[in-house]
Ligand binder design. Structure first.
Ligand SMILES: Nc1ncnc2c1ncn2[C@@H]1O[C@H](COP(=O)(O)OP(=O)(O)OP(=O)(O)O)[C@@H](O)[C@H]1O
Ligand SMILES: [Mg+2]
Length: 271
């Protein structure tokens, strides 16, 4: 894959945080630790690039930098050849609408005071100012139907829905602008296994239907095995191993990956 073929081209991204004072004996107030320590990878259009690793290894920090929801300390992100970190104003807005995020917690990520129709249509209200209220509402209804929810959902509030339904609402919101890239950060880890499995199937269908590219974050190898075409194994802020999903899941050579694999009884391998 050449750089020009990659939808997403990430080079040496780094982010450190200040450790809170007094957390460690003798630690000075200005002591910093590195949450993401030089992540580089490329994702071709249509791929599902999974990032897998234990809690606290830096996955969410990396995901948020990809969409510039937090600013990296250094490194570069190219989206369809455009330099995301150098973009500003209308250029940045144009890039942002093509990259959307699905969040882990379907309870915290939806505004409880907004109706579902407004939640799903909000990105249109921001990016498609010329659309009428009615057009936005109609588009939201269509999007809800794509994720398996009826038009009656439009006027209801998030608390009236189950976790799986809420995650579907979050997905409808993420897709309403027809983005190219979706970064999904542990999208099923808050759900029961069977509910989560249905949401994964939905994500796969939507990927085909809309030609989406996914960066898919998970601590669960069985989940990753179901969706991923490429896998990066992350440990303490670094990628320890990256490659085609089958190779990583079947023929991992890295001790840390083997340890992760050994901790799950049976990983179904990707087709
Ligand atoms: N805003 C912040 N300020 C200080 N430290 C932070 C901040 N955000 C994250 N961290 C720390 O950075 C490290 C990586 O956090 P991150 O949330 O990226 O991990 P993660 O891999 O997503 O974990 P999990 O699987 O639990 O979601 C953790 O030690 C976390 O406490
Ligand atoms: Mg996280």
């Amino acid at each position: 894959m050449t750089a020009s073929q990659a939808l997403l081209d990430v080079r040496d991204l780094r982010k450190s945080f200040r450790r809170s004072a007094g957390t460690f004996s003798g630690g000075s107030e200005s002591e910093r630790f590195t949450a993401v320590d030089g992540a580089s990878f490329r994702v071709a259009a249509g791929e599902t690039f999974a990032i897998v690793g234990e809690s606290g290894c830096g996955k969410t920090t990396l995901a948020r930098m990809l969409l510039r929801l937090i600013e990296p300390d250094s490194g570069q992100v190219y989206f369809a050849g455009e330099n995301l970190l150098a973009a500003g104003g209308s250029g940045l807005r144009a890039l942002r609408r093509q990259m959307q995020m699905v969040f882990q917690d379907p309870f915290a990520s939806l505004n409880p005071r907004m109706r579902v129709g407004e939640i799903v249509a909000e990105p249109l209200a921001i990016h498609e100012r010329a659309l009428s209220h009615r057009e936005r509402r109609n588009t939201a209804a269509l999007m809800l139907a794509r994720v398996g929810l009826g038009a009656d959902a439009l006027d209801r509030y998030p608390h009236e829905f189950s976790g799986g339904q809420r995650q579907r609402i979050g997905i409808a919101r993420a897709l309403i602008l027809q983005p190219k890239l979706v970064v999904a950060d542990e999208p099923v880890s808050a759900l029961d296994v069977s509910v989560g499995a249905q949401v994964l199937l939905l994500l796969q269908q939507l990927q085909r239907e809309f030609g989406l590219t996914y960066v898919f974050i998970s601590h669960s190898l069985p989940v990753v095995a179901q969706l991923a075409t490429q896998v990066a194994v992350m440990c303490a802020g670094r990628f320890v191993e990256t490659g085609p999903a089958r190779q990583i899941l079947e023929h991992s050579r890295h001790a840390y990956t083997r340890q992760l694999l050994a901790s799950v009884p049976e990983v179904p391998l990707p087709k």
